[in-house]
Write a protein that binds this ligand. Sequence first.
Ligand code: ZN
Length: 295
Amino acid sequence: MLAMLAILAMPGVPVVLLLHSPSMPPADRPLRLMAILAHPDDESLGVGGTLAKYASEGVEVSLVTATRGQSGKYYGQREPGKHPGPEQLGRIRELELRAAAGVLGVRQLTLLDYHDQALDRADPGEAVRRLVDELRRVRPDVVLTFGPDGVYGHPDHIAICQYTTAAVMAAASSTGDGGAHLTKKLYYIAWPPSTLAAYEAAFGRVVSTVDGDVRQAVPWPEWAITTVIDTRRFWPEVWKAISCHDSQVAAYEGLKNLSPQHHEALWGPQSFYRVMSTVNGGRTRETDLFEGIPA
Ligand SMILES: [Zn+2]
């Protein structure tokens, strides 16, 4: 939360810009959901059930992925142990991402092609401008991204949270090209204790090591979860999308022998923190990201 508050207080991005009413979209068009994430596989492992559910309901789902994941390890099943080099790995992961996005029903995929594992060292002004361009082009009603914890402290996840939060605010400003766009609701991925427990049962400890320090995932308190989407019946689609990521899938070895019940627990309830909404509020937990927005 500290990161978000710091951005809200950022000079030159007055919060009041969110409160006026730039170019509202026509009421009769389909609802639009945009996920802005860091790596190929984030869309499937992080929010796959949510994307699949809303796509199946006719929501226009778009995905912005910041990197091609070229700096990761290679776990390909087709040629095990044979790392193809970062450039080729980036190409492979882009294809895997496109396949997974297709399985989940994503209509538009934008790859920003920032360098994997270095997103937090990108030029923040440039990154925010590029996201503003995407927001103004696609004009989503709802945006979701990582939380300030990056789930397990991953610097790329934390960076995309900060860029996205700043971009949602800046896109609502009347300055710049493309026409101001007011995103009605912004969400962060927020794992409660039950979700972290399900992931740790499948993957082992969820940690990252950054500058020599081990960052252990810490769950969000139940009371801070504003929104839980029931996506249990979409777990087969999510598992199929995850399986598209062949170059990473062996790292998820523990997933292959899971029972359907464990798959449901992993990909079923997807939890979020509502960062801001111009259409609803209060303490009642939401069951729909579009609550308060006329269909
Ligand atoms: Zn990631």
